[in-house]
Design a protein around this ligand. Structure first.
Ligand SMILES: [Zn+2]
Length: 319
């Protein structure tokens, strides 16, 4: 079957076409009234094209508005529109990126898009992809944020339910740690400790203050040049290049400048938000992570969802 030509009326986004604007915090993510505590989708479809970071496979992706209550659902258009919901029960093997799998069908590297959807408070969306991995674009969530803001958000009538944390849930593995605790809003405290030149760093964020687009979305993924061949030998990072990741050498950055002096820890926060999106609802609570990664993030989601006493689904609390 011939592939469709680019005759669609929807905005198409490639890295060269999207305007990456480094914005100030955005006080009002949607038009009209106070829609923040009702569900939202996007106003109209958006198309992205690119390649997968690990597969190197070309992919066309289309974000499509979805009805209230339907959640975030991936759809493999190359496999008879097979659907995989973005929930913890579909998390597959996780090492260098987060993947979802259902009945043997895979969707890979979901974290940056899901992070943008939480950051912009989008509850309902169909994500059509014609290959197994999402496009890496520039390695951040900024192309998603800019494109979604350019079409706008559509408030929906249903009240958003949050996953409110009622008691702590923690995962520890050696010197890696992640935990989630009761708290108002959604706050994150992330500490990293990487080999030089990144070293130790720490970043705290209160997502409720609508800082995502300015503080987190632009932070790009990164990799050490010293690990490159080993990862390629494992069949990973086939789509990697200086346009989609920060390349870290023993002494500095090969493809600078950085977008933030602490871009690395900010990207870890970006990944964490995207991985915790697999809890299925925006979290109301406080997350603490130390030296964690995709495996720890998704382990927390699984432990949290399995402990039904640790949370409740609840409308926003007014104070
Ligand atoms: Zn990432």
């Amino acid at each position: 079957m011939a592939k469709k030509t680019h005759s669609s009326p929807f905005p198409r986004v490639t890295l060269s076409s999207v305007t990456l604007s480094f914005e100030q915090p955005h006080p009002s993510p949607a038009r009209g009234g106070n829609p923040i505590h009702t569900e939202q989708t996007i106003e109209q479809p958006i198309e992205f094209t690119g390649i997968g970071l690990h597969s190197g496979a070309p992919v066309r992706m289309r974000l499509v508005p979805a009805p209230a209550g339907s959640g975030i659902v991936f759809r493999r258009t190359d496999l008879d529109n097979f659907e995989i919901a973005a929930t913890g029960r579909n998390v597959a093997r996780v090492s260098y990126a987060t993947s979802l799998m259902r009945q043997g069908v895979l969707i890979s590297t979901t974290e940056h898009l899901l992070s943008a959807l939480i950051g912009l408070a989008i509850d309902n969306l169909i994500i059509e992809v014609d290959n197994l991995e999402l496009p890496i674009l520039d390695g951040s969530a900024l192309p998603y944020v800019c494109a979604i803001r350019s079409v706008g958000l559509r408030p929906q009538r249903r009240r958003r339910e949050y996953l409110r944390i009622l008691h702590p849930v923690e995962v520890r593995e050696g010197d890696k740690f992640i935990g989630v605790y009761p708290g108002t809003g959604y706050s994150i405290d992330y500490a990293i400790d990487f080999p030089p030149p990144i070293g130790r760093d720490r970043f705290t964020l209160d997502l409720a203050t609508e800082t995502y687009g300015a503080e987190i979305a632009p932070a790009r993924t990164f990799g050490y040049k010293a690990d490159e061949q080993r990862l390629r030998d494992m069949g990973l990072i086939r789509g990697a290049g200086p346009e989609c990741a920060i390349l870290v050498t023993a002494t500095g950055i090969e493809n600078g400048p950085l977008r933030f002096p602490n871009e690395f820890v900010r990207h870890k926060v970006l990944d964490l938000i995207g991985d915790l999106a697999l809890a299925g609802r925006r979290i109301e609570g406080r997350v603490v992570a130390e030296r964690a990664g995709h495996a720890m993030h998704t382990a927390l989601v699984r432990r949290l969802l399995a402990d039904r006493s640790a949370w409740e689904l609840a409308a926003h609390r007014t104070h």
